[in-house]
Design a binder for this molecule. Structure first.
Ligand SMILES: CC(C)(COP(=O)(O)OP(=O)(O)OC[C@H]1O[C@@H](n2cnc3c(N)ncnc32)[C@H](O)[C@@H]1OP(=O)(O)O)[C@@H](O)C(=O)NCCC(=O)NCCS
Length: 184
């Protein structure tokens, strides 16, 4: 059982090996990363993701969640600098640490980091509609369901529906108000 809070770190080369056994089937890999990945997850694919974090306006941020010095979580934010929009994705908790509610504090750190940059107004995400653990986490964080792209992913012989969730900077201000709506 973890004893320390989740620390947010930039995803680093030495985190790669710790993630390679997190997705034991092609379906589990797709559930995490979408249909564009090759099973099994390998260092090359993670290095390609990490390579897109360079530059002044990187294509993505890639984060690790660390608990008690161990890799507990992974998440990415694809960045649209022109429109001030980020897409949270590839969220995972280390399978040995699932069921402990760690995704919530880990993602809360990422949301705060994202909206700390005044250029960003909207954070969105895609999630397969059967993924109850993820959806409960996103709803608790304040994401709002915006619609469902039916039959949008092919996974072997079946097709999955994808729900779209979003959070606006103005949603955050509303959330920080007390229950009766009056300012503190
Ligand atoms: C989604 C994920 C990150 C959540 O991690 P976690 O913090 O360990 O989540 P928990 O297991 O603590 O569950 C979060 C919530 O979902 C609920 N939940 C978990 N599994 C559930 C299930 N099978 N059915 C219904 N509810 C479930 C928990 O009770 C909890 O609800 P609560 O906050 O209201 O108590 C983790 O399951 C994961 O890494 N999954 C594989 C990768 C993935 O699917 N990523 C999401 C891509 S969009």
């Amino acid at each position: 059982m973890p004893t320390a809070p989740v620390q947010l770190e930039i995803f680093a080369q030495h985190h790669i090996a710790d993630m390679l056994d997190w997705f034991p089937t092609a379906a589990a890999l797709t559930q995490w990363g979408g249909p564009g990945l090759r099973f099994p997850l390998d260092a090359t694919q993670l290095e390609e993701m990490q390579a897109s974090t360079s530059g002044n306006e990187p294509a993505r941020w890639v984060f690790s969640g660390i608990v008690d010095g161990n890799l507990a979580g992974h998440a990415q934010v694809a960045l649209d600098w022109e429109n001030g929009v980020g897409r949270l994705g590839r969220v995972a908790i280390n399978p040995r640490l699932r069921g402990l509610g760690l995704a919530h504090p880990f993602l809360q750190c990422i949301i705060e980091r994202f909206f700390a940059d005044p250029i960003f107004e909207r954070l969105e995400l895609n999630v397969y509609t059967f993924n109850t653990a993820a959806i409960r986490t996103y709803l608790k964080l304040g994401f709002v369901e915006e619609g469902v792209r039916r039959s949008s992913a092919r996974v072997g012989d079946v097709r999955w529906d994808t729900a779209i969730y979003g959070m606006l900077r103005s949603d955050l201000s509303a959330k920080s108000l007390p229950q009766n709506g009056s300012p503190t």
